[in-house]
Design a protein around this ligand. Structure first.
Ligand code: GLU
Length: 420
């Protein structure tokens, strides 16, 4: 996250797809820079009476397909470059899975683990006050991301509703069910990861029964991915978090490990597992590697040592463009982030639709619709990858860019003489 080159990675990914597509210059220009980025200062009264001013951002990358959408993260290394990159990935992700949203992302530079619950609430309300002029159910819809959850979304929704004097559940997604959240949203990112792994395994003839898995990061996306992949028959052999990692050749009970992390705030010291470093986890001889933490984890320095057959990117931006090239040559199947983790924003879309209609769906309905969208998106990306002989990321970008281009042309944002 501290790496100031994350946005450069996005530009390189865009370039790679643009080259294959021979992309229109105007479309490329519109995708190269975000529409707007708001920087805010949030004064927060601490429990001891002192005031601390936090810095935050909300970036709206592109809204050609609809109101912008994307999470808000609370993390000590948030910076403008990172938020811009994450917002751009949301534009491509929403386009890829065919939902009517543009891309956005927000962040506050804070270590939420150092705040009391009351301080966290005041910070959440303060951030929403600060960005309230540019968000709304028809403009820009926040959601959870790293270190934000349903509780933070509840405060966001409540604060915005008070500012506007109108109850506005459609302002954010990822709310608890009691406040208009959707069944299945909490685990949706991981459920989407599971569907795409299942489809990818069919494509490369990988038997998931007993397939070994290593999970980097054991937050929402990582822990639920481990659970759902176990349910498909996979064997979770390693997992880690910012405090360390665990390895067990015989397999780890994903649900027990999540409980252990909840109780002790880390995956370390679990059962009879061995300890392992982050680098050891990434380079384990496993069938599937699930990076579910932060950006820039698989780089030119370690890509050569990766031994997994498949990488399912539950995190945003875990692989750098240089690493992509190395992995492609090694014939490793990558399910790129904008595809693998799109289940989260897809069920966010379902939540928003339910809020606007004030009519709520069953968990079965949500899961079924999510599965359909993820399978279709996987097929499009996989087929393009095969037809054009490009890597899966380039192919995902191509599918996304084609829809964005069509929308830009329809709105008249780009002009083609031959189409007049
Ligand atoms: N933060 C998630 C992502 O990166 C979800 C965004 C959303 O639901 O709007 O895709």
């Amino acid at each position: 996250m501290s790496d100031s080159t994350v946005y450069k990675n996005v530009l390189k990914q865009l370039d790679n797809a643009a080259e294959v597509l021979n992309l229109d210059k105007q479309v490329k220009e519109l995708l190269q820079e975000p529409m707007r980025t708001l920087t805010v200062s949030i004064p927060v009264k601490k429990d001891d009476g002192s005031i601390h001013v936090y810095k935050g951002f909300r970036c709206q990358h592109n809204d050609v397909l609809g109101p912008t959408k994307g999470g808000i993260r609370f993390h000590p290394q948030v910076c403008e470059d990172e938020v811009k990159a994450l917002a751009a990935w949301m534009t491509f992700k929403c386009s890829l899975v065919g939902i009517p949203y543009g891309g956005a992302k927000g962040g506050v530079l804070v270590n939420p683990k150092e705040l009391s619950r009351n301080e966290l609430e005041r910070l959440s309300r303060g951030f929403i006050q600060a960005i309230s002029p540019i968000i709304g159910p028809d403009k820009d819809i926040p959601a959870p991301d790293v270190y934000t959850d349903a509780q933070v979304m509840s405060w966001f929704m409540d604060e915005f509703s008070k500012i506007k004097g109108v109850n506005t559940p459609g302002l954010v997604t990822g709310k608890p069910v009691v406040l208009g959240g959707s069944f299945g949203r909490h685990s949706a990112t991981a459920r989407g990861v599971m569907y795409t792994v299942r489809e990818a395994a069919k494509a490369i003839d990988l038997n998931l029964n007993g397939a070994t898995v290593a999970v980097q990061g054991y937050g929402n996306a990582g822990s639920f991915s481990a659970k759902f992949l176990s349910e498909l028959g996979c064997k979770i052999v390693a997992a880690n978090d910012s405090k360390g990692g665990v390895y067990c050749e015989d397999g780890i009970d994903a649900v027990k490990l999540a409980k252990h992390k909840k109780e002790t705030s880390s995956v370390t010291d679990f059962d009879n597992c061995q300890e392992l470093t982050n680098e050891e986890l990434l380079t384990l001889d496993v069938d599937i590697l699930v990076p579910a933490a932060l950006e820039n984890q698989i780089t030119k320095d370690n890509a050569d040592k990766i031994r997994a057959r498949m990488i399912a990117e539950a995190a945003n931006g875990p692989t750098t463009p240089e690493a992509d090239e190395i992995l492609f040559k090694k014939n490793i199947m990558i399910i790129p982030d904008i595809l693998a983790n799109a289940g989260g924003v897809t069920v966010s879309y379902f939540e928003w639709v339910q809020n606007l209609a004030n009519y709520y769906w069953s968990k079965e309905e949500v899961d079924k619709k999510l599965e359909q969208i993820m399978v279709e998106a996987f097929e499009k990306v996989y087929n393009t990858h095969q037809e054009l002989n490009v890597n899966m990321r380039v192919s995902a970008f191509i599918v996304a860019i084609n829809r964005l281009t069509e929308a830009m042309e329809a709105r008249g944002w780009v002009y083609h003489e031959d189409k007049c």
